[in-house]
Design a protein around this ligand. Structure first.
Ligand code: BGC
Length: 557
């Protein structure tokens, strides 16, 4: 590994103005087999909104295949695909009706197979979503359970109970994450549990057939060549014995902060030990990533003990406001707790469930400046990072979608928390009108409408601009890939003025992030490698722009 050229900040134009014909990428087999996940940059593709290959206004696997080269050239290591399985789409694919197939709206199993092969040929690993906490209400098992009636073995695969108050009241006080009671009553009088939408009945993970089924589903996709799984609601499968009441309402506010009887129960870890044995029985390092909310960092670390999963999302980092002291605290805490179990820390700023970070950090020019700086901080930290599609373009949350197009089930129950605005399709080309290359030429309607001013944010426009957010991500990923001190490893904090986050990686790299609204003067640390906003030099000092991050080559620290 070599240190990158110090003038990368100005070297972007020729490298990024066009997609090169010759792509220098490693075959997957050349990559380090066992530890790739410890420093991987994993790009989240929300399949519905990434690229539409067949012209129906909805993203699909063909579309993803057509853009794999873009992802390889961006410089990420792996791609996580959100669910593409057959689904009535009550929760846009997180309600799975068949775990071993592809929904026609997204393509076919042949497309999935081709996508995995093509990605591997470009040096990209593929992670797929698995949704084990609940199925769709159209899954064959649930249909059979409804049909078979109370007391039947078919109902045992789900969580059916009699109601209270003579049967008319739900069996306990649990609330759905999407709002309202977590129970729905069938015409025959029994209630079933759904921690999410009524169309997403919770499975009974005390039942051996459920374990067997998911072991088989994992093997199905591993045999097809996937490199890992993102495990949806990984903290939810086991419920406290007797399904005790929580005791009060507004339970969604407790998630990740307090103990609730339906999340983070100790029994879930037995499931992950069994899954780890399956993952380890395949060649290469196949990984499991927990989407888990736990009340303490220590409890979150339990999911990534050496015989369990490989990574857990760090939502604490994502929810930390733009402020140096808070960032430092969450970084320290994350590194310390993942070190407890020897797992890599992970970092994430946005995903398909939260408001995009350019908007969370204030929106407009300031939000974008902070988002660019945050990405540079994230990519300099020890461990593995997640990039949500479109954040490399600096996309904001779309806050003014017309009422009639809003589709997210969470929003239907809670008007303030809808997730449609972070799921608007990606702009690829600066055509006159939307959908900006998202769909093939001639198609104008997309499943969510795209803002007219996204033309200038399109991939092609940004590739041609050395100062664009896309160029910044490409350069940052290139530096990170080549630099011996970045990726896995440790971090050393440096003294810095208030509001500045300063840390070293190894002996030759420093990251300085000015998280204030003012220019801040510091001693010039060395040669500038990369900047989210250009600093001003003057003799031995340098003035860091407000809301900016800079990377430096330093010596003898
Ligand atoms: C997914 C959401 C989904 C929920 C229920 C989550 O954590 O990321 O998009 O609505 O699980 O499956």
């Amino acid at each position: 590994m070599t240190a990158p050229s110090p003038d990368l900040t100005s070297a972007a134009t020729s490298e990024t103005s066009e997609v090169s014909d010759v792509l220098e990428v490693a075959e997957v087999s050349e990559l380090s087999e066992h530890d790739w996940h410890r420093d991987a940059v994993i790009y989240q593709v929300y399949v519905r909104s990434f690229a539409d290959g067949n012209g129906d206004g909805v993203g699909d696997l063909l579309g993803v295949r057509s853009r794999l080269r873009y992802l390889a050239e961006l410089g990420v290591d792996a791609v996580w695909l959100t669910p593409f399985y057959p689904s009535p789409m009550a929760d846009f694919g997180y309600d799975v009706a068949d775990y071993r197939d592809v929904d026609p709206v997204f393509g076919s199993l042949g497309d999935a197979r081709a996508l995995i092969e093509e990605a591997h040929g470009l040096g990209l690993r593929i992670i797929v979503d698995v949704v084990p906490n609940h199925t769709s209400d159209r899954h064959a098992w649930f249909a059979a359970a409804v049909q078979a009636g109370p007391g039947s073995p078919e109902r045992d695969r789900y969580i059916f109970r009699e109601g209270r108050g003579g049967g008319a009241e739900p069996p306990n006080d649990w609330e759905s994450i999407f709002g309202g009671p977590a129970w729905t009553r069938l015409p025959d009088g029994q209630w079933y549990l759904h921690l999410f939408a009524p169309e997403q009945p919770d499975l009974n993970w005390e039942h051996p057939e459920v374990h067997e089924e998911f072991a088989d589903v994992l093997r199905f996709w591993l045999d097809l060549g996937v490199d890992g799984f993102r495990i949806d609601v990984a903290h939810g499968m086991i419920k406290a014995p007797g399904l005790p009441d929580v005791g009060h309402s507004n339970q969604v506010k407790m998630i990740g902060a307090a103990v609730v009887p339906y999340f983070d129960q100790d029994g879930v870890h037995e499931i992950y030990r069994a899954w780890r044995r399956i993952l380890d029985s395949y060649p290469g390092r196949r990984i499991g990533v927990a989407e888990a909310w736990a009340p303490t960092p220590e409890r979150l670390a339990n999911y990534v003990r050496p015989d369990e999963l490989h990574q857990a999302f760090n939502f604490h980092f994502l929810t930390t406001p733009w402020q140096a002291a808070g960032f430092r605290d969450v970084i320290e805490e994350s590194l310390a707790t993942s070190a407890l179990v020897g797992a890599p820390a992970t970092w994430v700023l946005s995903n398909h469930d939260v408001k995009r970070h350019a908007t969370r950090y204030g929106g407009g020019a300031q939000g974008l400046a902070r988002a660019r700086a945050a990405a540079m901080v994230m990519l300099a930290l020890p461990g593995s990072s997640y990039v949500y599609q479109g954040e490399e373009l600096g996309l904001p949350e779309v806050l003014d979608l017309p009422e009639e197009v809003l589709r997210d089930p969470q929003r239907l129950r809670d008007a303030d928390s809808g997730r449609d605005g972070c799921r608007v399709p990606m702009p690829w080309s600066p055509t006159e009108e939307p959908p900006f290359g998202f769909s093939p030429p001639g198609i104008t309607e997309t499943w969510l409408p795209m803002p007219a001013d996204w033309r200038h944010l399109s991939v092609e426009s940004q590739l041609a601009d050395p100062d664009s957010t896309l160029s910044l991500y490409k350069l940052a990923l290139a530096v990170r890939r080549d630099h011996r001190d970045l990726g896995d490893g440790t971090l050393t904090w440096r003294e810095a003025p208030d509001g500045v986050l300063a840390f070293d990686r190894g002996e030759s790299f420093r990251c300085l992030a000015n998280m204030t609204n003012d220019w801040i003067v510091v001693d010039r640390p060395g040669e500038l490698l990369l900047a989210s906003a250009h600093p001003a030099f003057s003799g031995n000092v340098v003035r860091l722009a407000p809301d900016s991050a800079t990377w430096w080559a330093v010596e003898n620290v």
